[in-house]
Design a protein around this ligand. Structure first.
Ligand SMILES: [Zn+2]
Ligand SMILES: [Zn+2]
Length: 329
């Protein structure tokens, strides 16, 4: 019955139940008062919400498998691959860069605020480059391929995106003096909120969350981020605090009159996992291959998606400019 055991392990693993089971089995409820214990207890939150979302969609007969297919196969694919590749990027970056930190912070509430602001900046940098540098877009686009929004999208990432994000975020935070235990606490909050902002319309119809929409980055903002409408493209790069979107002018609220169209701008075979996962890499390889000069080949890799050696660019900035030009009275 090895297959049943494997299945049991996969289910427990997916729901992140093991930490909670360990606390219950060892009667160690005091652990719930520690940061590690709270983490273990809250870990199943997103997977459980995802299942509730699926059940609700099923009962309201809005469940279409295509909406979940890409994320589902990406999750399975990543599970298989991560058995072979496990990179402790966070640990490596801490070890490498801690000696060069500009100063040392401590585990206190005011350093927590400082650390969170720095973390959001680092997240902004990683996410912005993920949209503006074609090579990094190849890693990030899998997350944007879905043409609907639901909690399963939380799991839809190219397997190298995690290490890429962690190298940038951890390095910036460590160099800026964020203390590692603080960093782990921030990462935990960020991860939980980062998953929650993918909540689907089946669970929360209006995701502006009332007054919160004015002070933090809500699921509504993140829905906008996943939209391919010219007005919404390349906006809302933050995760929880949207200060850096405010600073860099990339904050965009959801507008009633502009209904969100999820997905990326190029035509994608609907629900096709292979296209969502490798499509952008194949297209980049083709562009590099066909580029007339070495300089163009290099530019294809580092310029924003949509850049073309002929000068006829279809980057997000160009598309947005054209859109705003048609909006003027
Ligand atoms: Zn993005
Ligand atoms: Zn997202």
């Amino acid at each position: 019955m090895e297959i049943l055991e494997t299945l049991y392990r996969e289910i427990v693993g997916f729901f992140s139940f093991s930490g909670l089971i360990e606390i219950i089995q060892t009667d160690n409820y005091k652990a719930l008062l520690t940061q590690d214990g709270i983490g273990k207890a809250l870990a199943p939150l997103i997977p459980v919400l995802l299942v509730i979302e699926l059940i609700r969609a099923f009962f309201f007969q809005r469940l279409s498998f295509t909406q979940y297919k890409i994320a589902f196969f990406t999750y399975i694919f990543n599970r298989v691959i991560s058995r072979f590749i496990s990179i402790g990027m966070v640990g490596i970056c801490i070890g490498l860069f801690e000696p060069y930190a500009i100063f040392k912070s401590e585990f206190t509430w005011y350093w927590f605020i400082y650390g969170y602001v720095v973390w959001e900046f680092a997240h902004f940098v990683y996410h912005y480059l993920g949209h503006k540098v074609r090579l990094f877009w190849c890693l990030h686009s899998t997350h944007h391929a879905s043409e609907s929004m639901n909690l399963s999208i939380t799991y839809a990432h190219f397997f190298l995106e995690g290490p890429y994000a962690d190298i940038i975020r951890t390095t910036i935070c460590i160099l800026m003096g964020v203390n590692p235990p603080l960093l782990f606490l921030i990462m935990f909050i960020d991860g939980t909120w980062g998953a929650f902002i993918h909540i689907g319309e089946n669970l929360v119809k209006d995701a502006r969350l009332g007054f919160l929409n004015h002070i933090i980055l809500t699921p509504s903002h993140h829905r906008v981020h996943h939209a391919r409408n010219p007005l919404y493209m390349d906006t809302n790069f933050c995760n929880l605090l949207n200060i850096w979107d405010k600073v860099f002018g990339t904050l965009q609220d959801e507008k009633h009159e502009e209904e969100i169209e999820y997905g990326i701008t190029r035509p994608i075979k609907s629900g096709d996992f292979w296209d969502a996962y490798f499509g952008e890499i194949i297209l980049l390889a083709k562009d590099v291959y066909h580029a007339p000069t070495l300089k163009d080949k290099v530019l294809y890799i580092f310029m924003p998606p949509g850049w073309h050696h002929s000068g006829e660019h279809k980057t997000a900035s160009v598309v947005k400019k054209e859109y705003f030009a048609t909006q003027k009275p």
